[in-house]
Write a protein of this length. Structure first.
Length: 465
């Protein structure tokens, strides 16, 4: 640990952050959302390897939880950072909140600041308008934000500096559009001439990156350009491969891992132990997409509940990720339905698993999707999934055998699927057995972990690390 002076404040800099944990071993820089459990789950596939791993978080991508120890660059402004960050595994572009407070305290003790405060108070007491601009001025804020540990640089310039100085062997971007890592890195790569540093792995997010965007002419051009610029592409479904091939992307761009779950799969052995009783003995329905987006709609589900309520009761419905647009419609449901619903704020993946382990049904109809990670999780935990018959999903599961199909915009279909799921015990229990066997083959995390580690080794040209 050393101290450097910035704007008369001694700021802590941890030199251990810059020292590779495994000297002379390959380096992987991930770029993506910091608060996403998908980000954490994928990167944790390398927890037992000897790769040197770091994450660069997108400017509005949140902050990883304290307990996640992967070395992480945080370009967020000070106000977006929590206090007490561990500087041994978190490096910030701007000063920490506690440093912000220290600077402000120090500035407030200086004569110019104390004089301005005195003048402001005097003018306000006298009722003079000159006091108003002084009243609204946040003393020291602009000066504090200039206390930048990396110098006067933007997040994009900081990412370029990290890549130029650390020289990762692999740069893995998580997602393409919608505030994800792919397009962000592509622009930085072009702006700062980073094309010759590291191999670029572009991981697509399910169906959201390509399914609709490929129809928009200017965006389709961007997709093709980014895909061809990358060295390797990873996806959780083969449909994305077909889309890109139709655009002219060559076969050598597609990873041998495809298809692979975006979280790196599920710990089948551990999840299988959580369930304590048959799904058919439960009356719990999990609705994890209680939001409105272009990818899925919650309102048809509410209509379906009204249609089939007499057929599925008694039951308890747990709703997750409810958006403000959805909330008024939820409260407009009849009392006898709403009183049997439980609305949850955002929960961790482990907490969600506990709910799934007690459920009979996972309800996740959608308009656009890859192969949902929650589908694999439900399969491992014994809950019967109700999903939409999208191409990406139909290529993996069968109606009646593994899931029940219902299109997202058709309340009658959702109502019929719910009715069958809540009344046919044999269907539920047989699907649970089929699904556990299937998920063990398709999404077993321990197997995927070995494949991913070997895959990264092959990209670096070093197969024995």
């Amino acid at each position: 640990m050393k101290l450097v002076a910035i704007n008369e404040l001694e700021i802590k800099v941890n030199l251990d952050f810059e020292k590779d944990q495994y000297p002379q071993k390959p380096r992987i820089l991930f770029i993506g959302l910091g608060s996403s459990t998908h980000t954490h789950a994928w990167i944790d596939l390398l927890a037992d390897s000897d790769f040197n791993v770091r994450l660069f978080v997108l400017p509005n991508g949140g902050v990883p939880p304290d307990g996640w120890k992967v070395r992480t660059y945080l370009p967020q402004i000070t106000e977006q950072l929590p206090e007490g960050l561990d500087v041994s595994n978190r490096k910030t572009l701007y000063c920490l909140p506690e440093e912000f407070r220290a600077i402000k305290t120090k500035m407030q003790s200086h004569f110019p600041h104390r004089f301005l405060v005195f003048l402001k108070n005097l003018l306000n007491r006298l009722g003079l308008p000159l006091g108003l601009p002084l009243l609204s001025y946040d003393f020291g804020k602009s000066e504090i934000l200039q206390a930048n540990q990396q110098g006067d640089v933007s997040p994009e310039a900081w990412l370029a500096k990290v890549i130029q100085e650390w020289k990762p062997d692999i740069i893995h971007t998580l997602g393409l559009f919608d505030g994800q890592g792919g397009m962000y890195y592509y622009r930085v790569r072009k702006q700062f001439g980073l094309e010759n540093i590291g191999k670029w792995v572009l991981q697509l997010r399910g169906g959201s990156d390509l399914a609709l965007n490929r129809f928009i002419p200017d965006i389709a051009g961007q997709i093709k350009e980014v895909a061809q610029e990358s060295d390797q592409i990873i996806s959780d479904n083969r449909q994305n491969v077909q889309y890109l091939k139709q655009m002219g992307v060559s076969d050598d761009h597609f990873s041998s891992l495809i298809p692979v779950p975006g979280t790196g799969g599920v710990d089948v052995a551990s999840l299988g132990k959580i369930r304590k009783s048959k799904a058919s003995e439960s009356r719990i329905i999990i609705f994890s997409k209680a939001y409105e987006s272009i990818w899925s709609k919650s309102l048809p589900v509410f209509e379906a509940l009204k249609i089939c309520w007499d057929r599925i009761t008694p039951c308890t419905i747990h709703l997750f990720n409810m958006y403000p647009e959805t909330r008024p419609w939820f409260y407009a449901l009849p009392d006898f339905i709403r009183e049997n619903c439980v609305v949850h704020d955002r929960v961790s993946r482990d907490e969600f698993f506990l709910f799934l382990a007690q459920a009979r049904v996972l309800l996740i109809p959608s308009l656009v999707d890859g192969v949902p990670n929650s589908l694999y999780e439900a399969m491992a935990l014994g809950a019967l999934p109700i999903v939409s018959p999208l191409d990406t999903i139909c290529s993996v599961v069968e109606n009646e055998k593994n899931v029940l199909f219902a299109r997202n915009l058709y309340p009658e279909e959702i109502a019929d699927a719910l009715s069958r799921a809540m009344t046919n015990n044999n269907l539920v229990d047989q699907a649970a057995q089929n699904n556990f066997e299937m998920v063990t083959k398709l999404a077993n995390r321990s197997i995927i972990e070995s494949r991913v580690v070997e895959y990264y080794k092959s990209l670096t040209g070093k197969t024995s690390l």
